[in-house]
Unconditional design. Structure first.
Length: 311
């Protein structure tokens, strides 16, 4: 297979295992390119991409922008805080105005779940979801599973626990879909208040004891507590969260194997992970960020091929 089955990247839910493997194979080639002295290729020379970020981002926004520039695309950036949305313009009007400037692809982060799918139905451009509320963050899950594959040689058969604020996390849902499609066993772990009630219907295990979860797994993907999405108090204090769910070096050293620690960032140091864990050799957090550029290059390249074939 040399073509994606989808025209947009709206969520991992819509990808096949073959799509994910194709993205990994393409990302492996781009990773080699971005480690050369000349890191740029002309693949997207005729493509114009708009990055629309309606929510804060460091990693995803910079990583997409770098991936686009490495592929020689023309790039425009839009920040909602300084846009005419503040004057009452709708999302569709905003995007259609941007598209009338002959834009081919839109990368969008938005606080509303389903915002990327909504846009894909209403505008004539390729849409890439860079995170929609607590729904999906597909490129994060792709770079996470790519990083597991790189470190462990395979994702199939591996035991992965996703620890923390599952309830408010788009990274959790996209990772569950990606890990399962690639044949991993998935467990979620956190306080009961931060685990969605019907999560077992997705075929994942649930564990509330973090030490048992660490003992079970090969990989722990530790999520940020999403304070900005909380409308109530889900645990008494950060200190209690850190005491019951924070991962420390002595906890890892007590295990009879060396597990891998991942985190999508940004990290609340001392809450989800101690600084000693973040800075240890077991953490592959910066490898995840490095792989993010190659994965996003692969996604952009493969979706641009679909545009070229349609024309
Ligand atoms: N992992 C991630 O989505 O980080 P940003 O919010 O900084 O983009």
């Amino acid at each position: 297979m040399s073509e994606l089955s989808v025209k947009h990247l709206l969520g991992i839910k819509y990808l096949t295992e073959a799509d994910i493997q194709l993205i990994f194979d393409t990302a492996t080639q781009f990773k080699e390119v971005i480690n050369r002295p000349i890191k740029k290729v002309p693949s997207l020379r005729d493509i114009t991409i708009a990055n629309l970020f309606f929510e804060n981002s460091t990693r995803t926004k910079l990583s997409f922008e770098l991936a686009q520039k490495r592929l020689s695309a023309d790039v425009i950036n839009f920040a909602s805080s300084v846009s005419s949305l503040k004057k009452g313009e709708t999302l569709i009007d905003t995007v259609n105005n941007i598209l009338s400037m002959k834009v081919d692809m839109v990368v969008m982060r938005h606080s509303s779940p389903g915002a990327a799918s909504f846009l894909a139905k209403h505008v004539d451009a390729t849409i890439i979801n860079a995170g929609d509320g607590a729904h999906e963050h597909p490129t994060q899950a792709l770079l996470d599973t790519f990083s597991i594959n790189e470190r462990l040689g395979d994702v199939a058969g591996k035991k992965v626990v996703i620890i923390g604020d599952i309830l408010h996390s788009r990274v959790a849902l996209s990772n569950i879909f990606a890990l399962q499609k690639l044949g991993a066993e998935v467990c979620v772990c956190g306080p009961k208040t931060l685990i969605p009630k019907h999560i077992t219907s997705l075929g994942v295990k649930v564990e509330t004891d973090v030490n048992k979860a660490l003992k079970w797994c090969d990989v722990a993907n530790v999520l940020r507590v999403q304070f900005e999405r909380m409308s109530a108090s889900y645990f008494p204090s950060n200190r209690e969260y850190a005491a019951f769910y924070g991962i420390t070096k002595p906890m890892l050293d007590a295990l009879d194997k060396e597990i891998i620690i991942m985190h999508p960032g940004p990290i609340n140091r001392g809450v989800e992970l101690s600084s000693a864990v973040v800075d240890s050799n077991q953490a592959i957090i910066l490898d995840q960020v490095e792989n993010g550029v190659a994965i996003r290059m692969a996604v952009l390249y493969l979706l641009a091929e679909k545009i070229n074939h349609a024309n």
